[in-house]
Design a protein around this ligand. Structure first.
Ligand SMILES: [Zn+2]
Length: 343
């Protein structure tokens, strides 16, 4: 033992970092949801991702403003199938990406563009993350809501179910895989109010209430043998699309993602009148700063404080903000996203 004072934990850490440097960070929070791991084969992305059409680039199967020439968001990865039955239908087992609990599944494909899908809740570094697996052929018989699942446990079979008029062809068979934050437990009642008369068949497990994180970046960052991946640092390190103020002090996101709330002694002393929130281009709130009444200008309940123009130009597809003349403002969908957050 080189450092007797430090005791056993340091010894183990030293041994690991000296002898098993690469393996030190092998236990990462998220695993691939199928046996297809070809994401790491740089230049061979088409082995991993299913593009929207044979003549489209692999990026159309990845996360981001990648659809409709950059105008449409794709909130996950379309991971290509590796095995098929004699009819050419996909048969890849789909596995839970991390230890978690099944919170929802839909077995009526006609009710969602996700077709048959499963949502699993995980707690990672104190953060609630919801993985979603879509277009499934079959959900594992006997699987139940509330059931705990282990990372790598088979939960479904890959398929190509969806309710869109354009079907998923056999050659494009894939699992659509998302890693999300949950926006609001009160989503169902907010939706009823905001979209009166429109159906919401999936309660709070409606895709609108799940804001996708860039799972392509996450899976790549986890693979880095030098830097230990931290989901919390990943979230805190998001690029800001815009900064807003909301005159609301008690909404579920503050508790669910308490680690993203920043300290502000002045607001703590004078009383919190609202929150200044940084959003990334997919509307994920990743930094929330309490503000005192004395720090706020204007009376509006929701205010746009600033826009990162370069980020908006690069990732415009959520249409959260728009420039009118020389002024930026929140769009209707930007306001709706914030109304949903604070409802
Ligand atoms: Zn997809």
């Amino acid at each position: 033992m080189i450092f007797p004072i430090a005791g056993r934990p340091l010894c183990i850490a030293v041994a690991l970092s000296l002898g098993f440097g690469i393996r030190l960070f092998a236990q990462q929070p998220f695993q691939f949801p199928t046996a297809n791991h070809a994401l790491y084969d740089v230049g061979d992305e088409l082995k991993f991702l299913a593009p929207t059409a044979p003549d489209k680039p692999w990026t159309t199967g990845s996360f981001g403003c990648v659809r409709s020439d950059g105008h449409q968001m794709h909130e996950g990865l379309d991971i290509r199938c590796l095995q098929r039955d004699r009819h050419g239908e996909p048969t890849d087992p789909v596995m839970a990406t991390a230890d978690g609990t099944v919170v929802y599944f839909n077995t009526r494909p006609s009710l969602s563009n996700y077709g048959n899908y499963i949502v699993v809740r995980h707690v990672i570094e104190g953060l609630e993350i919801y993985s979603l697996y879509a277009h499934l052929r079959e959900i594992r018989p006997g699987l139940q809501v509330g059931q705990p699942v282990k990372a790598g446990e088979v939960i479904a079979t890959m398929g190509r179910t969806s309710n869109t008029s354009e079907t998923i062809t056999k050659d494009r068979a894939h699992v659509h895989f998302e890693l999300n934050v949950l926006v609001n437990d009160n989503f169902a009642s907010w939706y009823k109010k905001a979209f009166s008369g429109q159906r919401n068949d999936h309660g709070e497990w409606n895709g609108q209430n799940l804001d996708g994180l860039n799972d392509h970046e996450i899976l790549l960052a986890e693979h880095n043998p030098v830097t230990k991946f931290s989901l919390l640092n990943f979230l805190r390190g998001q690029t800001e699309l815009c900064r807003v103020f909301v005159r609301a002090t008690n909404f579920p996101y503050l508790k669910r993602y308490a680690a993203l709330v920043l300290p502000n002694p002045r607001a703590e002393k004078e009383g919190v009148a609202g929150y200044e929130i940084a959003l990334n281009y997919n509307a994920v709130p990743f930094a929330l700063m309490p503000r005192a009444a004395s720090e706020i200008q204007g009376k509006a309940r929701i205010q746009l404080l600033s826009v990162n123009e370069a980020n908006q130009m690069a990732n415009p597809c959520r249409h959260l903000v728009v420039k009118r003349g020389s002024h930026w403002q929140l769009t209707d969908s930007g306001i709706r996203e914030l109304e949903m957050l604070i409802y």
